[in-house]
Design a protein around this ligand. Structure first.
Ligand SMILES: C[S@@+](CC[C@H](N)C(=O)[O-])C[C@H]1O[C@@H](n2cnc3c(N)ncnc32)[C@H](O)[C@@H]1O
Length: 338
Protein backbone atom coordinates (compact mmCIF):
# COMPACT_ATOMS: atom_id res chain seq x y z
CA UNK A 1 0.00 0.00 0.00
CA UNK A 2 1.55 3.31 -1.08
CA UNK A 3 0.76 6.48 0.82
CA UNK A 4 -0.67 9.27 -1.34
CA UNK A 5 1.67 12.05 -2.44
CA UNK A 6 -0.65 14.60 -0.85
CA UNK A 7 -0.51 12.86 2.48
CA UNK A 8 3.28 12.61 2.44
CA UNK A 9 3.42 16.33 1.52
CA UNK A 10 1.14 17.13 4.42
CA UNK A 11 3.42 15.19 6.73
CA UNK A 12 6.44 17.03 5.47
CA UNK A 13 4.79 20.43 5.89
CA UNK A 14 3.63 19.48 9.34
CA UNK A 15 7.16 18.54 10.22
CA UNK A 16 8.42 21.91 9.11
CA UNK A 17 5.71 24.31 10.14
CA UNK A 18 3.09 22.95 12.47
CA UNK A 19 4.22 23.06 16.06
CA UNK A 20 1.40 20.81 17.24
CA UNK A 21 2.80 17.99 15.18
CA UNK A 22 6.26 18.64 16.42
CA UNK A 23 5.10 18.68 20.00
CA UNK A 24 3.11 15.53 19.70
CA UNK A 25 5.27 13.23 17.70
CA UNK A 26 5.91 12.66 14.06
CA UNK A 27 5.09 9.13 12.87
CA UNK A 28 8.33 7.26 12.39
CA UNK A 29 8.82 4.99 9.37
CA UNK A 30 5.27 5.64 8.12
CA UNK A 31 5.64 3.72 4.86
CA UNK A 32 7.40 0.77 6.48
CA UNK A 33 4.75 0.52 9.20
CA UNK A 34 1.77 0.50 6.84
CA UNK A 35 3.47 -1.93 4.45
CA UNK A 36 4.62 -4.40 7.09
CA UNK A 37 1.33 -4.30 8.99
CA UNK A 38 -0.58 -4.62 5.69
CA UNK A 39 -2.84 -1.72 6.61
CA UNK A 40 -5.78 -1.24 4.27
CA UNK A 41 -9.45 -0.42 4.14
CA UNK A 42 -11.65 -2.63 6.26
CA UNK A 43 -8.92 -3.81 8.63
CA UNK A 44 -9.16 -3.34 12.37
CA UNK A 45 -5.90 -2.08 13.82
CA UNK A 46 -4.89 -1.45 17.42
CA UNK A 47 -2.50 1.46 17.88
CA UNK A 48 -1.27 0.61 21.37
CA UNK A 49 0.54 3.96 21.68
CA UNK A 50 -1.76 6.59 20.20
CA UNK A 51 0.40 9.59 21.23
CA UNK A 52 -0.25 12.47 18.85
CA UNK A 53 -2.09 10.06 16.58
CA UNK A 54 0.51 10.23 13.81
CA UNK A 55 0.46 6.52 12.99
CA UNK A 56 -3.23 6.26 13.77
CA UNK A 57 -3.92 9.00 11.22
CA UNK A 58 -2.04 7.00 8.60
CA UNK A 59 -4.12 3.92 9.34
CA UNK A 60 -7.37 5.91 9.26
CA UNK A 61 -6.40 7.66 6.04
CA UNK A 62 -6.03 4.24 4.42
CA UNK A 63 -9.57 3.28 5.47
CA UNK A 64 -8.77 1.12 8.48
CA UNK A 65 -10.66 1.21 11.74
CA UNK A 66 -8.43 2.04 14.70
CA UNK A 67 -8.59 1.33 18.40
CA UNK A 68 -6.01 3.63 19.99
CA UNK A 69 -4.63 3.07 23.50
CA UNK A 70 -2.76 5.63 25.56
CA UNK A 71 -2.08 5.85 29.26
CA UNK A 72 -1.58 9.60 28.96
CA UNK A 73 -4.69 11.72 29.18
CA UNK A 74 -3.18 14.65 27.28
CA UNK A 75 -2.31 12.42 24.34
CA UNK A 76 -5.79 10.91 24.26
CA UNK A 77 -7.57 14.26 24.36
CA UNK A 78 -5.30 15.77 21.74
CA UNK A 79 -5.43 12.86 19.29
CA UNK A 80 -9.17 12.38 19.68
CA UNK A 81 -9.83 16.02 18.96
CA UNK A 82 -7.36 16.23 16.09
CA UNK A 83 -8.80 13.12 14.43
CA UNK A 84 -12.46 13.80 15.28
CA UNK A 85 -13.35 14.05 11.58
CA UNK A 86 -12.86 10.27 11.34
CA UNK A 87 -15.88 9.82 13.64
CA UNK A 88 -16.44 6.32 14.92
CA UNK A 89 -13.59 4.93 12.81
CA UNK A 90 -11.42 5.77 15.83
CA UNK A 91 -12.03 4.45 19.34
CA UNK A 92 -9.78 5.84 22.06
CA UNK A 93 -9.05 3.69 25.11
CA UNK A 94 -7.67 5.05 28.40
CA UNK A 95 -5.37 2.26 29.42
CA UNK A 96 -1.87 0.99 29.63
CA UNK A 97 -1.33 -1.35 26.68
CA UNK A 98 -0.45 -4.09 29.17
CA UNK A 99 -4.24 -4.56 29.48
CA UNK A 100 -4.93 -4.83 25.77
CA UNK A 101 -6.76 -8.16 26.06
CA UNK A 102 -9.15 -7.08 28.84
CA UNK A 103 -9.87 -3.74 27.21
CA UNK A 104 -10.62 -5.23 23.79
CA UNK A 105 -12.93 -7.77 25.35
CA UNK A 106 -14.73 -4.95 27.24
CA UNK A 107 -15.28 -3.34 23.82
CA UNK A 108 -16.66 -6.65 22.51
CA UNK A 109 -13.72 -7.08 20.11
CA UNK A 110 -12.60 -10.73 19.84
CA UNK A 111 -9.61 -10.30 17.56
CA UNK A 112 -7.98 -7.69 15.34
CA UNK A 113 -5.95 -7.64 12.11
CA UNK A 114 -2.87 -5.84 13.43
CA UNK A 115 -1.41 -4.36 16.58
CA UNK A 116 1.23 -1.66 16.53
CA UNK A 117 3.22 -0.16 19.41
CA UNK A 118 5.65 2.77 19.13
CA UNK A 119 6.98 2.54 22.63
CA UNK A 120 8.47 5.25 24.68
CA UNK A 121 7.68 8.83 25.38
CA UNK A 122 6.53 11.37 22.85
CA UNK A 123 8.54 14.47 22.08
CA UNK A 124 5.83 16.39 23.92
CA UNK A 125 6.64 14.44 27.09
CA UNK A 126 10.26 15.42 26.75
CA UNK A 127 9.55 19.04 25.88
CA UNK A 128 6.82 19.94 28.37
CA UNK A 129 8.32 21.17 31.64
CA UNK A 130 5.34 20.02 33.73
CA UNK A 131 5.84 16.36 32.73
CA UNK A 132 9.13 16.37 34.61
CA UNK A 133 11.08 14.42 31.99
CA UNK A 134 13.19 17.24 30.60
CA UNK A 135 16.60 18.05 31.95
CA UNK A 136 16.52 21.31 30.02
CA UNK A 137 13.31 22.80 31.37
CA UNK A 138 12.50 23.11 35.04
CA UNK A 139 9.50 21.26 36.38
CA UNK A 140 8.45 18.94 39.19
CA UNK A 141 10.45 15.70 39.04
CA UNK A 142 7.49 13.59 37.95
CA UNK A 143 8.14 11.54 34.76
CA UNK A 144 4.88 9.57 34.91
CA UNK A 145 3.25 9.12 31.53
CA UNK A 146 0.02 8.50 33.40
CA UNK A 147 -0.34 11.54 35.66
CA UNK A 148 -3.91 10.87 36.72
CA UNK A 149 -2.84 9.21 39.95
CA UNK A 150 -5.04 6.23 39.06
CA UNK A 151 -3.19 2.99 38.83
CA UNK A 152 -4.00 1.79 35.35
CA UNK A 153 -1.34 -0.88 35.31
CA UNK A 154 -0.40 -3.27 38.07
CA UNK A 155 3.19 -3.12 36.79
CA UNK A 156 3.46 0.57 37.64
CA UNK A 157 3.78 1.77 41.22
CA UNK A 158 2.38 5.22 40.46
CA UNK A 159 5.38 6.80 42.17
CA UNK A 160 6.95 9.92 40.71
CA UNK A 161 10.68 10.17 39.97
CA UNK A 162 11.05 12.45 43.02
CA UNK A 163 9.54 9.76 45.26
CA UNK A 164 11.72 7.08 43.72
CA UNK A 165 14.87 9.16 44.14
CA UNK A 166 13.94 9.87 47.77
CA UNK A 167 13.10 6.29 48.71
CA UNK A 168 15.50 3.98 46.86
CA UNK A 169 18.82 2.66 48.18
CA UNK A 170 22.11 3.36 46.41
CA UNK A 171 22.57 -0.23 45.14
CA UNK A 172 19.21 -0.23 43.38
CA UNK A 173 19.64 3.27 41.96
CA UNK A 174 23.06 2.29 40.69
CA UNK A 175 21.69 -0.89 39.09
CA UNK A 176 18.99 1.12 37.29
CA UNK A 177 21.35 3.85 36.11
CA UNK A 178 23.72 1.21 34.77
CA UNK A 179 21.21 -1.20 33.26
CA UNK A 180 18.58 1.15 31.87
CA UNK A 181 20.75 4.20 31.30
CA UNK A 182 24.11 2.55 30.53
CA UNK A 183 25.57 5.27 32.75
CA UNK A 184 29.29 4.54 33.34
CA UNK A 185 29.29 6.51 36.61
CA UNK A 186 26.21 4.73 37.93
CA UNK A 187 27.57 3.76 41.34
CA UNK A 188 29.20 7.10 42.07
CA UNK A 189 26.10 9.07 41.08
CA UNK A 190 23.83 6.79 43.11
CA UNK A 191 26.06 7.15 46.17
CA UNK A 192 26.26 10.93 45.81
CA UNK A 193 22.48 11.20 45.46
CA UNK A 194 21.94 9.14 48.59
CA UNK A 195 24.49 11.27 50.50
CA UNK A 196 22.89 14.50 49.27
CA UNK A 197 19.46 13.26 50.37
CA UNK A 198 20.60 13.78 53.97
CA UNK A 199 20.20 17.51 53.49
CA UNK A 200 18.49 17.98 50.10
CA UNK A 201 15.15 16.95 48.69
CA UNK A 202 15.32 16.44 44.92
CA UNK A 203 12.13 18.09 43.78
CA UNK A 204 12.73 19.48 40.31
CA UNK A 205 14.23 18.38 37.04
CA UNK A 206 16.85 21.12 36.81
CA UNK A 207 17.88 20.57 40.42
CA UNK A 208 18.65 16.91 39.70
CA UNK A 209 20.18 17.66 36.29
CA UNK A 210 22.51 20.30 37.76
CA UNK A 211 23.44 18.01 40.63
CA UNK A 212 24.41 15.26 38.18
CA UNK A 213 26.38 17.71 36.08
CA UNK A 214 28.28 18.85 39.16
CA UNK A 215 29.42 15.26 39.84
CA UNK A 216 30.86 14.78 36.36
CA UNK A 217 34.58 15.03 35.72
CA UNK A 218 35.52 17.98 33.50
CA UNK A 219 36.86 15.57 30.87
CA UNK A 220 33.51 13.90 30.37
CA UNK A 221 31.71 17.24 30.23
CA UNK A 222 34.15 18.42 27.60
CA UNK A 223 33.92 15.25 25.51
CA UNK A 224 30.18 14.59 25.42
CA UNK A 225 27.73 16.54 23.31
CA UNK A 226 24.82 15.09 25.28
CA UNK A 227 23.63 16.60 28.53
CA UNK A 228 25.37 14.75 31.39
CA UNK A 229 22.01 13.86 32.96
CA UNK A 230 20.63 12.16 29.81
CA UNK A 231 21.36 8.60 30.90
CA UNK A 232 20.12 8.96 34.47
CA UNK A 233 16.92 10.66 33.29
CA UNK A 234 16.29 7.87 30.80
CA UNK A 235 16.80 5.23 33.49
CA UNK A 236 14.47 6.98 35.93
CA UNK A 237 11.78 7.40 33.27
CA UNK A 238 11.94 3.68 32.48
CA UNK A 239 11.60 2.80 36.16
CA UNK A 240 8.79 5.28 36.88
CA UNK A 241 6.75 3.92 33.96
CA UNK A 242 7.85 0.28 34.38
CA UNK A 243 8.59 0.31 30.67
CA UNK A 244 10.18 -3.14 30.46
CA UNK A 245 7.56 -4.71 32.73
CA UNK A 246 4.61 -3.43 30.71
CA UNK A 247 6.23 -4.53 27.46
CA UNK A 248 6.70 -8.03 28.86
CA UNK A 249 3.04 -8.14 29.86
CA UNK A 250 1.90 -6.69 26.54
CA UNK A 251 3.60 -9.03 24.06
CA UNK A 252 1.81 -12.34 24.81
CA UNK A 253 -1.48 -10.56 25.37
CA UNK A 254 -1.18 -8.75 22.07
CA UNK A 255 -0.62 -12.05 20.25
CA UNK A 256 -3.70 -13.52 21.93
CA UNK A 257 -5.76 -10.61 20.50
CA UNK A 258 -4.69 -11.20 16.89
CA UNK A 259 -6.58 -13.13 14.26
CA UNK A 260 -4.59 -16.02 12.84
CA UNK A 261 -2.58 -14.31 10.08
CA UNK A 262 -2.72 -11.00 11.95
CA UNK A 263 0.41 -8.91 12.51
CA UNK A 264 2.08 -7.41 15.55
CA UNK A 265 4.67 -4.65 15.13
CA UNK A 266 6.78 -3.08 17.85
CA UNK A 267 8.98 -0.03 17.35
CA UNK A 268 11.45 0.43 20.18
CA UNK A 269 14.14 2.97 21.02
CA UNK A 270 16.15 1.20 23.68
CA UNK A 271 18.37 -1.85 23.21
CA UNK A 272 16.80 -3.67 26.18
CA UNK A 273 13.33 -3.21 24.74
CA UNK A 274 14.43 -4.32 21.29
CA UNK A 275 16.08 -7.39 22.83
CA UNK A 276 12.90 -8.22 24.71
CA UNK A 277 10.85 -8.09 21.51
CA UNK A 278 13.46 -10.07 19.56
CA UNK A 279 13.63 -12.81 22.19
CA UNK A 280 9.87 -13.02 22.53
CA UNK A 281 9.45 -13.36 18.76
CA UNK A 282 12.21 -15.99 18.66
CA UNK A 283 10.73 -18.06 21.47
CA UNK A 284 7.28 -18.01 19.90
CA UNK A 285 8.44 -18.69 16.35
CA UNK A 286 10.47 -21.88 16.89
CA UNK A 287 8.37 -24.77 15.62
CA UNK A 288 10.59 -27.42 17.15
CA UNK A 289 12.74 -27.48 20.28
CA UNK A 290 15.78 -29.64 20.84
CA UNK A 291 18.16 -30.37 23.71
CA UNK A 292 21.26 -32.61 23.78
CA UNK A 293 19.67 -35.00 26.30
CA UNK A 294 16.43 -35.42 24.31
CA UNK A 295 16.17 -38.44 21.99
CA UNK A 296 14.50 -36.32 19.31
CA UNK A 297 13.34 -32.72 18.73
CA UNK A 298 9.91 -31.92 20.16
CA UNK A 299 7.18 -29.62 18.93
CA UNK A 300 7.33 -26.23 20.69
CA UNK A 301 4.09 -25.84 22.66
CA UNK A 302 4.61 -22.04 22.54
CA UNK A 303 4.81 -21.84 18.76
CA UNK A 304 2.41 -19.12 17.69
CA UNK A 305 4.30 -16.62 15.53
CA UNK A 306 6.22 -16.38 12.27
CA UNK A 307 8.78 -13.61 12.23
CA UNK A 308 8.28 -11.18 9.33
CA UNK A 309 11.37 -9.00 9.85
CA UNK A 310 14.45 -11.19 10.30
CA UNK A 311 16.38 -8.04 11.23
CA UNK A 312 14.96 -4.88 12.78
CA UNK A 313 13.80 -2.34 10.21
CA UNK A 314 15.37 1.09 10.66
CA UNK A 315 14.64 4.56 9.31
CA UNK A 316 16.36 5.61 6.09
CA UNK A 317 18.91 8.41 5.86
CA UNK A 318 16.40 11.01 4.63
CA UNK A 319 14.05 10.35 7.49
CA UNK A 320 16.84 10.50 10.04
CA UNK A 321 17.97 13.83 8.56
CA UNK A 322 14.41 15.21 8.89
CA UNK A 323 13.59 13.64 12.21
CA UNK A 324 16.64 12.83 14.36
CA UNK A 325 14.52 10.87 16.85
CA UNK A 326 13.98 8.21 14.19
CA UNK A 327 17.70 7.33 14.28
CA UNK A 328 17.40 4.86 17.13
CA UNK A 329 14.01 3.36 16.18
CA UNK A 330 13.92 -0.38 15.52
CA UNK A 331 10.81 -1.99 14.12
CA UNK A 332 10.13 -5.72 14.40
CA UNK A 333 7.04 -7.45 13.02
CA UNK A 334 5.65 -10.97 13.42
CA UNK A 335 2.55 -12.77 12.15
CA UNK A 336 0.27 -14.93 14.25
CA UNK A 337 0.69 -18.42 12.87
CA UNK A 338 -1.81 -20.52 14.82
C1 LIG B 1 6.21 7.68 20.99
S1 LIG B 1 4.61 8.18 21.38
C2 LIG B 1 3.61 7.52 20.10
C3 LIG B 1 3.47 8.44 18.95
C4 LIG B 1 2.53 7.98 17.88
N1 LIG B 1 2.95 6.74 17.27
C5 LIG B 1 2.38 9.06 16.83
O1 LIG B 1 2.74 8.83 15.67
O2 LIG B 1 1.88 10.16 17.14
C6 LIG B 1 4.24 7.05 22.63
C7 LIG B 1 2.89 7.27 23.27
O3 LIG B 1 2.56 6.02 23.87
C8 LIG B 1 2.15 6.22 25.18
N2 LIG B 1 2.58 5.04 25.91
C9 LIG B 1 3.85 4.65 26.16
N3 LIG B 1 3.84 3.51 26.84
C10 LIG B 1 2.53 3.15 26.99
C11 LIG B 1 1.88 2.06 27.62
N4 LIG B 1 2.58 1.11 28.23
N5 LIG B 1 0.54 1.99 27.54
C12 LIG B 1 -0.19 2.97 26.94
N6 LIG B 1 0.38 4.05 26.36
C13 LIG B 1 1.72 4.13 26.38
C14 LIG B 1 2.78 7.51 25.64
O4 LIG B 1 1.97 8.12 26.62
C15 LIG B 1 2.86 8.30 24.36
O5 LIG B 1 1.75 9.14 24.20
Amino acid sequence: MTLSKEFLQELEQAQLGNTNWEEYHQPIMPQEVVDLLEVKSGKVIVDATLGGGGHTELFLSLGAQVIGFDQDEEARVWAKQRLSHYGDKLTVVASNFAHIDEKLSELGVDSVDAIFADIGVSSHHLDADYRGMSFQRDGALDMRMNQTGQQISSEQTGKTAAEIIAQTDAETLSYWFKTYGEEPMAWRLAQRIVEAREHTEFKTTLQLAEFIKDQMPAKRLAMSRKHPATKVFQALRMVVNAELGVLEAFLPRAVSCLKVGGLVGVMSFHSLEDRQVKQFFKKKSQKMLDQPNWPAPRANPDYSLDVVTSKPVMAGEDEVANNPRSRSAKLRVARRAV
